[in-house]
Design a protein around this ligand. Structure first.
Ligand SMILES: [Zn+2]
Length: 430
């Protein structure tokens, strides 16, 4: 601990959080052991109920909200969210911690059981350790310690465990936000413990545009391809144009948003998939055919300085340019998904309280950043119309979605202290 912290009560609270390091570690392990893989949305109910049962023991009021009719919701994979609330002793504001319970698929390359909750060398390993069950464990222990401390809490504290963040948040935060769970007067400040590093306060994220592009051809015998028209060769022309024109243009654009890592300060685009010709699930010998369809899915991340319409228009103009030059080039473009960039005020209450707490606990200035990818802040902002929302949590950004993902136990403890201090600060601001 570096800077002096105000009162004996607060010193005691921080020592108490330190004393709960083992509890926090065990909680992170327990959360990791629920294989809440999305898609399809495994184990959502037991994981939500585990969080609900734990917080009910602290006297918090627990509500479960199933996102009926949300994408993927059915009786096999119900979209279950949990919200816990501790009422304040006065008329202060409400601080809400929101964490997503879902994790992405494990993928290859693991050296530990992804759902074992392995602890090694001061780290908890497992799918979701970093993104973001370690952050949820830190928030839960911070709030429990605050409630147990006996310090007057004039405003309410809420914790929600929500689902489907990894697939857009429609069965989670978006669903709840549409029903008033993320709006005033119920909630005033939101902290999302996503993995942005323990000394960074994340005030927003870039925008996203996903689209499918299909090139069209004509089927013919593969021994006489000149009698057909290959959709795959047409797609090659698209990919070449991306390389020669689009990627250099994107790389030349830089944002004033404090996006990390540095590579994400420019516009970027990932080609998420390419499919053409024989389907991939077919395992026999292929029949010789000219592909009459080739599809790619693009994942374009854009800056707050760019408009969504110009992002779309740029790709469309490129495709129309190819059509003007290349015989028989035909394409379809279908938008799949878009999210506008969002950015909270870096001097707003939640960002400034958290940055101040980072300085107090870690003894260094918090870095104010924006995330390269989106997270549920978009729904809090756009649907809940609540601007005072940040991401702050213990995980290391670069480890998200990787094999052998981990969260540092010391980072969880430090971030829990920061969350407790910033909550106290926000609740007592009047
Ligand atoms: Zn996440």
């Amino acid at each position: 601990m570096n800077a002096p912290i105000a009162t004996p009560d607060i010193e005691k609270l921080l020592r108490e959080i330190e004393a709960r390091a083992d509890d926090m570690t065990a909680l992170a392990q327990d959360l990791i052991r629920f294989p809440t893989v999305n898609p399809p949305g495994e184990a959502y109910r037991p994981c939500a109920e585990f969080v609900g049962h734990r917080l009910a023991r602290r006297g918090m009021r627990i509500e479960y909200v199933r996102a009926e009719g949300a994408p993927g919701d059915n009786d096999t994979y119900p979209r279950i969210n949990v919200i816990a609330r501790h009422e304040g002793s006065g008329s202060g504001p409400c601080v809400h911690f929101n964490g997503h319970l879902d994790v992405v698929q494990t993928g290859a390359g693991w050296t530990v059981d992804p759902f074992g909750g392995v602890v090694k060398d001061g780290k908890v390993y497992g799918r979701g350790a970093c993104d973001m069950k370690g952050g949820i464990a830190a928030a839960i222990v911070a709030v429990e310690a605050l409630i147990d401390s006996g310090i007057a809490l004039p405003g309410a504290i809420e914790i929600s465990g929500t689902v489907d963040e990894e697939s857009g948040g429609y069965g989670g935060v978006a669903y709840l936000a549409e029903r008033g769970w993320f709006s005033k007067p119920r909630v005033d400040h939101v902290i999302i413990p996503e993995p942005l590093n323990v000394d960074r306060v994340c005030i927003g994220h870039r925008g996203v545009w996903w689209a499918e592009i299909e090139t069209l051809g004509r089927i013919a015998h593969g021994s006489m391809p000149f009698l057909g028209d290959s959709a795959i060769r047409h797609m090659t022309a698209v990919l070449e144009k991306f390389e020669s024109d689009l990627y250099p243009a994107l790389a030349s654009r830089h944002s004033d948003m404090p996006v990390v890592p540095d590579g994400a300060k420019q516009s970027t685009m990932n080609i998420n998939s390419v499919h053409g010709g024989e389907t991939e699930d077919y395992e026999g010998l292929p029949a010789p055919c000219v592909a009459d369809s080739c599809r790619i899915i693009i994942d374009r991340r854009f800056l707050i300085e760019e408009a969504l319409d110009s992002v779309k228009g740029e790709v469309k103009a490129l495709l129309d340019g190819i059509a003007a030059e290349r015989p028989n080039f035909r394409y379809n473009m279908r938008e799949l998904f878009s999210v506008a960039p969002t950015m909270a005020d870096r001097d707003g209450p939640v960002a400034s309280a958290t940055a101040k707490a980072v300085k107090q606990i870690l003894g260094r200035e918090a870095q104010i950043v924006c995330s390269p990818g989106t997270y549920d802040q978009k729904h809090v902002d756009r649907i809940g119309r609540l601007k005072d929302c940040i991401a702050y949590g213990p995980g290391v950004l670069d480890l998200a979605h990787q094999p052998d993902e981990w969260v540092g136990i010391a980072d969880m403890v430090d971030s829990a202290k920061v969350m407790a201090l910033s909550t106290l600060d926000l609740l007592t601001r009047g």
